[in-house]
Design a protein. Structure first.
Length: 159
């Protein structure tokens, strides 16, 4: 956390799992095989560059989830916590069921494979067509607690 961050701030980057990164790096040998006829050194250089590029893109383009001030951000979307209801943190079988056949179709989703936890936050704004936000999180309890703290700060007058 930076020095200007408050204790209720929450940040998480939904990076791919280690196995996904390793699987992506397997593209390097494939690129090497394609460029071997042009020369072994060129093939190795291209293979290394392909691996670095793919892994960098996977990590760099991973969406972020944050609660800062009174705003919940999930990827490029954001909403003020005053429009949200009580968040629910789910793990294990409950989270798996929600990501599968129990997924609310009209809800806004930011789901990532390899991340077990899910937080469901109902949207109370009657003008919003989405009834809830469903967000993957490695620490769903912390994300839900951060949303609750931000809501509490809005309801509690400052002194």
């Amino acid at each position: 956390m930076s020095s200007s961050a408050s204790p209720s701030d929450y940040r998480e980057r939904l990076t791919p799992s280690l196995w996904t990164i390793v699987a992506a790096a397997v593209c390097a040998p494939m690129a090497i095989l394609v460029f071997v006829p042009a020369g072994a050194v060129l093939a190795l250089v291209v293979g290394v560059l392909v691996a670095i590029a793919i892994v960098s893109l996977l990590l760099g383009l991973a969406p972020r989830v944050s609660v800062s001030g009174s705003t919940l951000r999930a990827g490029r979307a954001h909403i003020d916590v005053s429009f949200l209801g009580e968040p629910t943190a789910l793990t294990g079988d409950e989270a798996r069921a929600l990501r599968g056949p129990g997924l609310p179709v009209r809800s806004w989703h930011l789901l990532r494979g390899g991340i077990d936890g899910v937080v469901v936050v109902p949207v109370l704004d009657s003008d919003d067509p989405t009834p809830a936000w469903v967000i993957s999180s490695r620490t769903p309890d912390r994300l839900a607690a951060a949303v609750r703290r931000a809501q509490l700060r809005l309801r509690t007058p400052s002194r």
